[in-house]
Design a protein around this ligand. Sequence first.
Ligand code: IPD
Length: 258
Amino acid sequence: MTDFDDRLRFAIDLATEAGALARSMRQGLGAVETKSSIDFCTAADLAVEALVRRRLDEAFGDPVIGEEAGGDPAELVWVVDPIDGTTNYIHGTANWCISLALVHRGTVEIGVIYAPDLDQLFVARRGQGATLNGRPLRTSGLRHGGGAVVEVGWSARRPLALSLDLITQMIADDIEFRRCGSGAMGLANVAAGISDGYVELHINAWDALAGLLLVREAGGWTNDFLAGDGLRLGNVVVACTAELTGRLQALGPLRGVA
Ligand code: IPD
């Protein structure tokens, strides 16, 4: 029998430990590997992922799929982004985090996101809600009354023209857009009601899974990210306060996303 409660407590401590390691490595970053014009890997990405893998192996013998060292789907597997928002981390801004998700038989059971510079710890357990530093989270419900604000991530894995088309259509529908550089934090902010939605035409599972559970547990809507082998291949991501679902699904590049 799998003990999710033990793993949840462990993941919270581990995310905090990993965050402290990443912060300690920020001075004198060392070589930055350029994976693409917007995709980087620092020594801290590698060291944090190695730490997370070692700790999970020692404690539970659990396998990991990580951004830097890969891994394979399994009945129970952790999906780990050691530093999401690496560009922000390199540039000295605060919007970056460690993201840990536990997938069991194709269902995300645990999501933990820790943003060390902001000292924000987001925790979600399937069926038990989502919290930020212990405080329960709800999506916005568009309660601010102003226009909707949606963050749009983009990746070189889809044609740039499609992302630009998406932004054009959002503006035409009076949806304000943002780009803050961390998909995991973008999703966590939807759960916290700070923004009303997060969309990206392709994102990897390690960037998205913990945040998607946060949004669902905070009462929001998300597409079925793991459909069509999303764990290995990544997928389009749409997550929002439920009131916005139809409007986002009506935008051309997101039509048919369910
Ligand atoms: C990236 C960030 C970015 C998103 C990209 C991701 P990384 O992750 O989450 O916001 O738009 O799709 O690859 O490289 O900072 O871990």
